[in-house]
Design a protein around this ligand. Structure first.
Ligand code: TXA
Ligand code: MG
Length: 356
């Protein structure tokens, strides 16, 4: 897509969004334009979810395949009820506990939602975001806002206004800048049309926390397979697409911690011997390499999630050839972090013992 706009970035205070800026942004949405705005997870690329021409612009700007549907952001239950034909009891419980927040529900769609927004499916993805700028924008425009992550398709999702600008400058008129997002990875997507709800994309709310609320749920099969490329049924169309890739090659090393650390050091030496510029994304403070090569991901899973996409993007700014990433545990938000890392990685190494 050609660059045709001068992209303006407007800074807002998340706690008290400037009403003039919100008015201006919502006018653009009402006129069928596309703008970027912050949510608590990642920045979204938003337009009127009920207007096929707005939605088609979103697909075009992102370079997104048309069969990969969008999430619709609403401000309240009243708006939600116009988009769906039914809200099952378990969905009500999730809504009560986690909304506004980083969990997206798949529900049966109403006729109001155009087919282009849902990629031709009879279900729709919806959530109320936990960010005052996003909420003010939806309320002021009076419209449900369809918004995928505001990156070029395939790139790491943007967690700051600068990331959005790096990908979309010239393609949109306005970026609302609410600072860095707090969660850092996208919302959990859960299919509530099944008897046992199915997580289609792990994200901001863990499986464990959802189960505490509504009992047994499961992960979609494709999330449990070990990255095999076999044809499967992709209930969430987004599952089949390559994602989160920086320009640098990503190598993911997982396994027993001590072996992982040794393997990372060996790999770094080997790659540097070949003349490659390497960075190491790690949660360890005791890795015995030059600290300049390290991008520390943080101590808790929450911080790792918050910094994840920014770290991947930073490596490209630093003209890194290879990013070696230390895997995290598959528990709680670690499951979502590993899901993103597996998608970003072109090579996965399992370091279980000294010999492998
Ligand atoms: O945190 C988030 O969810 C962010 C912010 C902006 O809200 N949005 C986001 O949107 O990550 P996007 O478009 O990048 O991812 C939407 C995911 C895709 O994997 C898509 O396939 C899935 O939701 N999805 C959307 N509608 C669906 C449907 N009807 N059935 C199954 N999966 C659906
Ligand atoms: Mg996305």
């Amino acid at each position: 897509m050609k660059k045709k706009f001068r992209t303006v970035i407007r800074k807002l205070d998340e706690k008290r969004p400037n009403q003039n800026i919100i008015k201006n942004a919502s006018d653009l949405i009402r006129r069928g334009e596309i703008i970027a705005f912050p949510t608590e997870t990642v920045y979204g690329l938003g337009g009127n979810a009920l207007d096929p021409s707005s939605v088609s612009k979103i697909f075009e700007i992102k370079g997104r395949p048309p069969d990969n549907p969008l999430i619709i952001h609403v401000a309240d239950m009243k708006m939600l009820k116009t988009l769906v034909i039914q809200i099952p009891p378990k969905a009500h419980r999730i809504i009560k506990k986690f909304w506004p927040g980083p969990i997206t529900l798949i529900l049966k769609k109403s006729n109001l939602v155009p087919e282009i927004t849902t990629g031709g499916l009879n279900t729709v993805a919806v959530r109320i975001p936990r960010n005052k700028i996003a909420l003010a924008l939806i309320k002021k425009s009076g419209l449900p806002i369809a918004a995928p992550s505001a990156n070029i398709s395939g790139r790491p999702s943007p967690t700051s206004a600068i990331h959005v600008k790096d990908d979309l400058a010239g393609k949109i008129k306005l970026i609302l800048d609410g600072g860095s997002t707090t969660i850092g990875i996208e919302s959990t997507v859960i299919d509530m049309t099944q008897r046992i709800p199915v997580i289609l994309r792990p994200g901001g709310i863990s499986k464990e926390s959802i189960e505490d609320e509504i009992g047994k749920i499961c992960f979609h099969d494709s999330l449990l397979s070990n990255g095999s490329k076999k044809t499967r049924i992709h209930r969430s169309p987004g599952m089949k697409y390559q994602h989160y890739s920086p320009k640098a090659k990503v190598m993911l090393v997982e396994g027993v911690e001590n072996h992982v650390k040794k393997r990372i050091i060996q790999l770094t030496e080997k790659l540097e011997g070949e003349g490659k510029k390497v960075t190491i994304m790690t949660t360890s403070k005791s890795l015995k390499v030059n600290p300049e090569k390290i991008q520390y991901m943080g101590r808790t899973l929450e911080t790792v999630a918050r910094n994840l996409f920014a770290n991947l993007r930073q490596a490209d700014k630093d003209k890194i050839d290879v990013i070696i990433v230390q895997g995290v545990q598959y528990k709680k938000s670690g499951f979502a972090i590993m899901n993103r890392l597996k998608k970003a990685a072109s090579t996965r190494i399992s370091a279980q013992s000294k010999s492998n």
